[in-house]
Design a protein around this ligand. Structure first.
Ligand SMILES: C=CC1=C(C)c2cc3[nH]c(cc4nc(cc5[nH]c(cc1n2)c(C)c5CCC(=O)O)C(CCC(=O)O)=C4C)c(C)c3C=C
Ligand SMILES: [Fe+2]
Length: 417
């Protein structure tokens, strides 16, 4: 009711949720609260894992932002055709997203017992946890429904079918995409759930996928995470501090064809199931030959340290190159000429009831400025020659134009509609 219960999640922390302790600690003591029940290692590993990442800016957060521990990604199908209604939805999502990134509930609390609460409530008392919400539109957004066909960027191409694809519709495509990342799985899920709730009557979830990596709490050093095949994954990736590299690899520019995409990027999602049981019966030698890297250190075969450069000419005792030309690393490196920005997470989704095998793998996510000259040729080559193909299966796929950043006072997609 009026004048009452307008506590944000942050306010709750400062007052009700921690009682008198909140008063003693004041705002400056909030971060320290987490340490009360944690070991020293946990607290230091978490670092600023609860921090706020600004929602507004020239680019959307969640693209070159250092990766959080969890992702919750949802694709939506629009059920309306009136563009004004789509705009209203995006405006409502903008207001909610700015609050969620800030660690607040999606709407003010009320004690009106006659209506459902504005927010679903599962994050009451929780912190922002570096939440980012990143929005995009798929090729179907430009079909005949909204009159936007002539605005479809030429870079937003349909992904061709690749050799070995086993794609299913329920893990693919979508009119709108929302990637939520956070250092807490409940915080990430809450954000997507509330966006879906706000969209009721306008858009429905087409698919939802959750992903994870080891948390900052489990690895105080912040070393490269390992994928579910046990290998360090993410060693060679864009240095996000390198502005020129990020410009070349990630951000679309006005001159690229669609001026409304200036500062946006193109995202490709592939749900890649791993044949984990087969992999687990595979020798260490074959595993390392598959990636072209040592399992323990992550170093290229024939080298000692993870970040040592790969020497593709170096021969083993048998006179053959130590890093095979069909190894995943050799294939994906594309001779150093083609680059993408990877931001993938592991997923685990129970078992396949038909076989009893684990349904787990990699939620591959990458960003690039021009999929036709970056992701697509890379995937095409991999689908033909990558030794890893024996152990994986692509089951889901989507390409999306990830919108430019939102300025204060603006709304998601305001350069397009
Ligand atoms: C089309 C792009 C890629 C897909 C799909 C892909 C799937 C995939 N990758 C791994 C594990 C590793 N990938 C590694 C390196 C690597 N992978 C890609 C691209 C795709 N991977 C690139 C561009 C690179 C970097 C290549 C280079 O320049 O050296 C590695 C090695 C460590 C690292 O650099 O990250 C691993 C391990 C899996 C398991 C997988 C599908 C399930
Ligand atoms: Fe890879």
């Amino acid at each position: 009711m009026k004048g009452k219960s307008t506590l944000s999640r942050r306010d709750l922390l400062k007052t009700g949720a921690v009682g008198g302790l909140g008063l003693l600690l004041g705002a400056g003591g909030i971060k320290g609260l987490g340490m009360l029940g944690e070991s020293k290692q946990t607290a230091s590993a978490a670092g600023d894992s609860d921090a706020v990442i600004p929602f507004h800016g020239a680019h959307q957060a969640g693209i070159v932002t250092p990766m959080q521990d969890f992702v919750c990604m949802g694709a939506f199908n629009l059920t309306i055709t009136d563009i004004a209604e789509v705009r209203k939805l995006l405006k409502a999502w903008t207001v909610a997203s700015a609050r969620l990134a800030n660690g607040e509930s999606v709407g003010e609390e009320s004690d009106n017992a006659l209506v459902p609460p504005a927010d679903t409530g599962e994050v009451m008392g929780l912190q922002a946890m570096r939440t980012t919400l990143t929005f995009g539109v798929g090729p179907s957004f430009f079909d005949s429904r909204f009159g936007l066909a002539d605005k479809r960027p030429s870079k937003l191409v349909d992904i061709p079918a690749f050799k070995g694809d086993e794609l299913v519709d329920e893990w693919s495509r979508g009119d709108l995409i929302v990637q939520v990342c956070a250092n807490d799985p409940q915080v990430a899920f809450h954000a997507l759930r509330n966006l879906a709730r706000i969209a009721r009557g306008k858009a429905v979830l087409r698919w939802l996928q959750q992903g994870f990596q080891r948390t900052g709490a489990a690895d105080a050093s912040g070393s490269t995470p390992r994928n579910l095949l046990g290998f360090k994954d993410g060693t060679v990736n864009t240095n996000v501090e390198d502005k020129q590299a990020v410009k070349d690899i990630v951000w679309a520019e006005a001159g690229d064809g669609a001026s409304w995409m200036d500062g946006g990027s193109y995202m490709i999602m592939r749900r890649i199931r791993m044949r984990i049981e087969v992999w687990d019966r595979t020798s260490l030698g074959e595993q390392e030959a598959t990636f072209g890297r040592h399992r323990q250190s992550g170093a290229p075969l024939g080298a000692a340290k993870e970040h040592d450069l790969a020497d593709y000419a170096k021969q083993g005792k048998n006179g053959k190159p130590m890093i095979g030309a069909d190894s995943h690393m050799a294939v994906a490196s594309m001779g150093g000429k083609v680059k993408i920005h990877r931001r993938g997470y592991s997923y685990s989704n129970g078992i396949d009831i038909k076989t009893g095998q684990l349904d787990a793998g990699l939620l591959f996510i990458c960003y690039n400025r021009d999929p036709s000259s970056q992701y697509i040729p890379m995937q095409a080559k991999m689908s033909e020659v990558d030794r890893l193909n024996e152990y994986i299966e692509h089951v889901g796929s989507g390409i999306y134009a990830m919108l430019p950043g939102v300025n204060k006072g603006g709304y998601i997609g305001d350069t397009l509609l």
